[in-house]
Design a protein around this ligand. Sequence first.
Ligand code: TTP
Ligand code: CA
Length: 390
Amino acid sequence: MDEIQDCTRRRQNPLNCRPQGKAFLPRVIGHIDLDYFYAQVEEVEKPSLKGRPIIVCVFSGRTEDSGVVSTANYEARAFGVHSGMPIAQAKKKLEAQNPEVIRMEHEKYEVISARIMEDLGRMVDTLEPTGIDEAFFDITDSTGGDYARARTSAESIKGTIMRNEHLTCSIGIGRSKVVAKLGSDVAKPGGLTVVSPEATESFLSPLDASRLYGIGPKTTSVLEEMGIRTVGDLAKADPSELDRRFGRKFGGYLLAAATGSDADPVVAGLEPTQFSRIVTLRRDTRDAKEVVDQLSEGVQYIHGKLSRSGKSFRTITAIGILTDLSTKTRSKTFETAVSDPSLIRGTVPTLFDELSRTVGKEFRRAGVRVSGLEDIENQTSLSEFLRPVG
Ligand code: TTP
Ligand code: CA
C-alpha cells in the first residue's frame, strides 16, 4: 500500500498507476495461459494417458501421417516435439516412447475454453481473451491495487479451473501487460508469478530481451547489433537511438516494455460469439428430462443475454460432460440466423434425448450454448423466414 500513498503524495501517475479519486492505485494486470492446452484436455478425458507422451495432431488427409502437431504434452516436448512440427517427424522422435497420437477436435477445446472464460469473467474486473487458452485480466479495483490480495485472487482462479475442469494453468501478475505475460511465461507449467511494482525492475532486467512481447528474431538481431541482450540492457538504451533504429512508435514501445511501464489497458472481451451456461447436476444421470429440468434457469439466462444484446443466433448446442469428464455435444444449426429465444426451449430436449441415447455414460454436468451470433437488424426472424413470400 506504500506505493499508493507514494503515488498520491507525488500527485502524478508514475509507472502505471491508475487514478482513483485523488489517489492512484497501482495497476494489477494478469495474464493466464492454460498449460499444453489441447493435450492436457485429452489427459483429463483419459487419465490413463498421463505420464505418456501425447501429440494432438491436425491430419491433412493426403497420406496417413501428413499434417502437423497442434500441441504436445511436456513428456513429448522432452524429446524435441513442438507445435507445428510435421506428424511424421514427431513420430520419429518418439519412436521408442509409444506416444499417444490424437486427432485434434477443435469443438471440444472450444467448449472447455468458453466455460473457463465464463468462470474467469466472473472472477476478475475486466477480461480480455486473446486466444483459445489465454487472456489478460485487470483486478486493480477488486484488489485495491494490493499485490498480496492479487496473489490470493490468482490462487483462487487457479483453484476454480482445477476444481471445475481439472486443468492446470500459469498466471503472471504485474503492473503492465508485458510484465504479466512474461510472468505467466516463466511460471509455466502450472505456476504463478506475482511481480509487485517494487520488484518489476529486478524481475525484468536479467531476462533475454527476445522474450518481451512483440520482439521477434529481426528486432532481436538489431538489438544484438546495438549490444543489447537483456531487458535490463534495453531499459538503459538511449531512447533517441531506439527511435532512430525502430521508429518512434516501436522505439517508444520497446523502452516502455523494458521498464514495465507500457500502459496498454485491458479491454473487455471482444464481441461475444456465443452464450452458454453449464450446470453441475444434482446427481449423475442419463435421464434427458432430468437434465433439461435442471437447465431451465440456464436457458432463461441465455434468453436474457440474447435479448439484452440484440443478437440472433444460428446454432443451439446441448453439452454433456460425462462422469469420465469427457465432453459430448449435439447441435442444431438453422439455415438462417434466428432471434426467437423460445426455439432454445423447444430444441434443447430433443438434443439431450439424442445425446443420452448415444453416450454410454451418465451426465455429471450439462449445458446449453447458442452460437453463430449476429446482430439482429441484419437478420430475419424465424417467423419472417417461414412466412410465405408475397
Ligand atoms: P499455446 O498456449 O501456444 O500452447 P500450449 O497451451 O499447447 O502449451 P503451453 O503450455 O506452452 O502454453 O497454444 C494453445 C493451443 O493452441 C495449443 O494447446 C494447441 C493450439 N495450437 C495450435 O493448434 N497450433 C500451434 O502452432 C500452436 C502454437 C498452438
Ligand atoms: Ca497455453
